[in-house]
Design a protein around this ligand. Structure first.
Ligand SMILES: [Zn+2]
Ligand SMILES: [Zn+2]
Length: 259
């Protein structure tokens, strides 16, 4: 994907309220029965990271024709080295529109064949925690608005960078949320807002809107997932942040990860 536009905010930023009853059907993990949801690279079923109930107004998706948005990914193979995009077609089907293809990569990069085994073995450490897993434990999920000050600091970190004082303030705010003693600020599990990323703002436009409507549309930032020891949430290796971007016009989801 050609990275041009910064992902926009879809709705106000929220913390996760795990195991709470939101009155809507939001879930972390669980099994899924979506057709088309197989990793095109390793052929295993994609893992359902989160299901969002689009009827909840907190998500800010107007006139939704589809009730449930499944957020899926595979972090068990080189699929996770590149952007991965799919379109949600219905409450039971997705269609993959952008994915890394290992066979094609190897065919077109013969000179890199010798490096391939080494690349795989180096990265396998990031995948180890998911090898053998087909699903995450299913837990209910609610959302709680986080303070505006937190979003101001996230935005500042992406535009001008944070002063040492702002960095301390951010670290303290996030320590209060996660109840872990943080030495430096680190990404959190969040829905909406603009995410705090240690490697800069995610950028991207909707590839489907470009292909079919010839329109360059910025994706909306939807969700950031990371391991959270206190809540016993484990999505990947400890330092990995998984970002889900969304196009509310055509229901395309793009997934990227940052180490
Ligand atoms: Zn895979
Ligand atoms: Zn789109």
């Amino acid at each position: 994907m050609n990275l041009l536009l910064p992902a926009k905010q879809l709705t106000a930023g929220c913390f996760f309220d795990l195991d709470s009853d939101s009155g809507y059907g939001h879930f972390i993990g669980g099994e899924h029965v979506y057709s088309g949801a197989t990793c095109p690279n390793c052929q295993l079923p994609l893992m359902l990271h989160c299901s969002l109930d689009l009827r909840d107004p907190v998500l800010g998706v107007p006139d939704n024709k589809i009730n449930t948005l499944p957020l899926m990914y595979c972090m068990r193979c080189p699929l996770s080295w590149h952007e991965f995009s799919y379109r949600v077609l219905s409450n039971s089907a997705i269609r993959i529109c952008e994915a890394f293809d290992e066979d094609r990569y190897l065919q077109s990069n013969r000179k890199k064949l010798s490096q391939w085994t080494e690349m795989l073995s180096n990265t396998r450490k990031e995948w180890e925690s998911l090898v053998g897993f087909s699903s995450f434990p299913c837990r209910t999920l609610g959302f709680r608005r986080y303070p505006d000050r937190l979003q101001q600091l996230f935005n500042e970190s992406l535009t001008n960078g944070l002063t040492p004082q702002q960095m301390d303030e951010l670290r303290l705010l996030l320590t209060g949320y996660s109840r872990q003693k943080l030495i430096v600020p680190r990404p959190i599990n969040q829905m909406g807002g603009i995410p705090y990323c240690t490697q800069g703002i995610p950028k991207g436009f909707c590839i489907r809107c470009l292909e079919t409507k010839k329109k360059v549309r910025a994706m909306r930032f939807l969700l950031s997932l990371t391991n959270e020891p206190l809540l016993q949430l484990k999505f990947s290796a400890p330092s990995v942040q998984i970002l889900f971007l969304f196009c509310p016009k055509c229901y395309t989801v793009t997934v990227i990860n940052r180490i």
